[in-house]
Design a protein around this ligand. Structure first.
Ligand code: KG4
Ligand code: ZN
Length: 342
């Protein structure tokens, strides 16, 4: 069975995977940089690129060893070249180009966001397109009309913070560790989701976009008080913290699930695929499942291990391989999301 090596370095995870043309994952190595960024409460781009440089070769070596294969067995090198942090993307792309040139095999560049959705295709074990796709991560909250694995039309996105970013910032406000999503989920389990009526911006509007900054500000004012107001702020007890976490999470989930429902109505699709780091959130998974059950739609969630950043989901490259869509060795990274919402 032909094998390809996939490399992922778009943000703060250095990852490599070996995948065969049947989409079987032979190895999936992820070196997380969480401990390096934790004290800053978010990813510091310069630290991320330097850490990628140190880790990329050992991570590739480990992926090959775990897959019990060698460079000589590979038929292609795949790499996420968009979107992401420019310095981080460059480390992965440079490693991929070097290997492709040395081994004289094709280089395939993929879109990291589209790969997040492809994780659902891998888990399904069959063709799932056309479908409505939703990538909800630290950097993006993007809804797509996924016509084929390689043809995605952006239907809507966040106009300010991404959903994961909102989880991370609210966690920071509550004194929880980075990354904030898992910490909020855990704390919210002990809180009352109806304790605070936080806003759900754009939820009632027809457009398929998101806005999380108003929700984040509402949490900020609840924790610290409204600037200029003389009203005393209640002490941030453990219960109040849990109630804020639960109410924030409920508002975020209402917005995310509500827009998925609207997107399904708009596209007429009966399949919804959801991937990205926030898709690891258990209450969110449950609510998505309730919504799709009620609407007689199929829900394909990325498996937990493929929600947060990894290189296995770059198996998407096999779709490009099948139609010989290869990248030239002088190609560049594309840090920004090129297809902006209409
Ligand atoms: O997909 P990902 O690993 O990286 C990006 O491409 O951005 O997503 C990371 C984001 C972080 O903001 C993190 O807080 C969030 O995913 N996240 C979660 C959970 N696990 C990770 N958010 C909510 N609940 C979770 N259980
Ligand atoms: Zn990601």
């Amino acid at each position: 069975m032909p094998l390809l090596l996939a490399i992922e370095s778009s943000c703060d995870e250095t990852a490599a995977a070996v995948i065969d043309s049947n989409l079987q994952v032979h190895s999936n190595v992820v070196a997380s940089q969480t401990e390096l960024h934790q004290r800053f409460g978010g990813v510091v781009p310069e630290i991320a690129s330097r850490a990628h440089l140190e880790r990329i070769l050992p991570v590739i070596d480990e992926a090959l060893t775990e897959a019990d294969t060698t460079l000589a067995d590979l038929v292609a090198i795949a790499v996420a070249s968009e979107p992401g942090l420019v310095g981080s993307l460059l480390v992965g792309l440079t490693a991929a180009k070097t290997l492709a040139m040395l081994l004289d095999i094709p280089l395939i560049t993929i879109n990291h966001i589209e790969a997040h959705i492809y994780a659902c295709r891998m888990a399904a074990g069959r063709d799932i397109f056309p479908a409505t796709g939703f990538v909800v991560s630290g950097g993006h909250s993007n809804l797509y009309n996924c016509k084929t694995p390689l043809d995605f039309e952006l239907l809507g996105a966040t106009i300010d913070d991404a959903a994961g970013e909102a989880f991370d910032k609210v966690a920071q406000l509550l004194g929880l560790p980075y990354p904030g999503g898992p910490a909020i989920q855990q704390l919210a389990a002990a809180g009352d989701p109806r304790a605070f009526a936080f806003p759900r911006p754009l939820l009632k509007e027809e457009r398929l976009d998101f806005s999380f900054s108003g929700l984040k500000t509402a949490v900020l004012y609840t924790v610290n008080g409204i600037p200029g107001s003389h009203k005393t702020v209640p002490e941030l007890t453990a219960q109040r913290k849990a109630d804020i976490a639960a109410s924030f999470q409920e508002a975020a989930i209402d917005m995310l699930v509500g827009k998925c429902e609207q997107a399904l109505k708009k596209t007429g699709h009966t399949t919804l695929c959801v991937g990205g780091g926030v898709a690891a959130n258990e209450p969110f998974r449950k609510r998505l499942s309730q919504m799709t059950n009620a609407g007689n739609c199929e829900l394909l969630l990325a498996p937990l291990e493929y929600c947060t950043d990894n290189a296995a989901m770059a198996a998407l490259a096999w779709e490009a391989y099948a139609i010989q869509k290869f990248a030239p060795l002088d190609c560049d990274v594309t840090p920004g999301l090129v297809r902006l919402p209409k």
